[in-house]
Design a protein around this ligand. Structure first.
Ligand code: SF4
Ligand code: SF4
Length: 373
């Protein structure tokens, strides 16, 4: 099982799609749910409890999460020193990575770092100077011996040219990433009316994805390399292995859960404080027998549910975008699936010719990459 461990709700940045959206969304609560407004801002339970909880699952993987988890360096060290987990991963904005120390950083399996594209775009979304601090830290951790996976985790919205910025992340001379994942900021806030999502997704994002998939397979053909673009990897692997159906690909609610700062278990970090989805507490829950929560309609009636898996449990249950607006998100999913499916014959041929192999599409599932953006 995978568990996001929320160490704090505080963050040292004020990104547009997080802090900015929260400000503009204030007042538009969740009338259909009972919300817990009394959660501690920092981890408040005994780390020993987390250890006993994890020990009940020999494959327990912990993902440090926030807010910004590196505001809690002492707590991270204490957990890494005293909790028996198979792997430790972190999802961070990267600006404080230098604080943890090589002894701990080098024990991490994966660093997922929030970076949205080139310097100008990242700083536009995340604040001036952010990109530079992140890249300096990533160079430092590499120099100091971290040899695990570093995944650039982009948040994507209307200012993003997906084709241009993914290529930039892969190819720039400053710090070329070998792994990239992205998620659309879509369906998470009551913001559809103040966005221009329809125009952007149809004119820029969807065509950009088709172009990017072609580039991805061209690169396999020309260089024999399967670039680790997570949304493509996940979908292509399902097609190549002829999987019949996929559950929610981020794993939320069935294999990837979240532990709040008070030790309560919820399906995913976005469902913070929604009491209707409280699934137990680490003091007495069995990690291998947690209640499972699945997406409902419209996903369960959708003709691409078997390959999409439902995209997002949080969006599915909170329905912050109307059916019509969310339909545009589903259009992006269909476009992505179709773009990858179109290239499967070419990929199969490259595998048959021995240019690439099926193993090149392997990745650690449920590591925090949602696969369906
Ligand atoms: S395409 Fe949309 S409706 Fe269909 S399964 Fe995915 S998220 Fe659900
Ligand atoms: S995709 Fe949705 S359900 Fe999955 S982790 Fe992200 S917010 Fe949660």
């Amino acid at each position: 099982m995978f568990f996001h461990v929320v160490l704090t709700t505080d963050c040292n940045l004020r990104c547009r799609y997080c802090y900015g959206e929260a400000l503009e969304d204030s007042g538009s609560g969740f009338p259909d749910f009972e919300i817990d407004y009394s959660l501690p801002r920092r981890i408040s339970y005994d780390v020993g409890l987390l250890d006993s909880f994890c020990r009940r699952d020999p494959d327990c993987v912990l993902i440090f999460y926030g807010g910004e988890p590196l505001l809690c360096v002492d707590e991270i060290r204490r957990i890494m020193d005293s909790v028996k987990a198979k792997y430790f991963l972190i999802q961070t904005n990267g600006t404080l990575l230098h604080r943890l120390g090589a002894g701990y950083v080098n024990r991490l399996h994966t660093i997922m770092v929030s970076v949205d594209g080139d310097e100008a775009l990242t700083d536009f979304y995340r604040g001036r100077g952010t990109f530079r601090r992140v890249v300096d830290n990533l160079k430092l951790v590499r120099q100091e011996g971290f040899n695990g996976e570093i995944i650039a985790r982009m948040t994507v919205m209307e200012q993003t040219d997906i084709y241009k910025h993914v290529r930039w992340l892969l190819e720039n001379k400053e710090f070329a990433f070998s792994s990239v994942h992205w998620q659309l900021n879509a369906g998470f806030w009551n913001d559809f009316e103040r966005r221009f999502f329809k125009e952007w997704s149809e004119r820029n994002y969807n065509p950009g994805i088709r172009r990017l998939v072609r580039f991805w397979v061209d690169n396999m053909e020309q260089n024999g390399v399967v670039l680790r673009l997570y949304p493509f990897l996940g979908i292509a692997q399902s097609f190549l292995k002829r999987e019949k159906a996929s559950l929610l690909r981020c794993g939320a609610g069935w294999i990837n859960y979240t532990i709040q700062t008070d030790g309560t278990i919820i399906p995913c970090p976005a469902m913070w404080g929604i009491k209707d989805y409280y699934l137990g507490h680490i003091s007495d829950a069995d990690p291998l027998r947690l209640k499972k929560v699945f997406v409902g309609e419209p996903c369960t009636k959708c003709d691409v549910y078997n390959i999409c898996g439902g995209r997002c449990l949080y969006a599915n249950v909170t329905k912050r975008w109307s059916e019509q607006a969310y339909g545009l998100v589903c259009k992006t999913v269909r476009n992505l699936i179709d773009a990858v499916r179109t290239e499967i014959p070419r990929i199969r041929r490259l595998i048959e010719e021995g240019r690439i192999s099926l193993e090149d599409f392997e990745f650690m599932k449920y590591n925090g990459c949602e696969i369906i953006p």
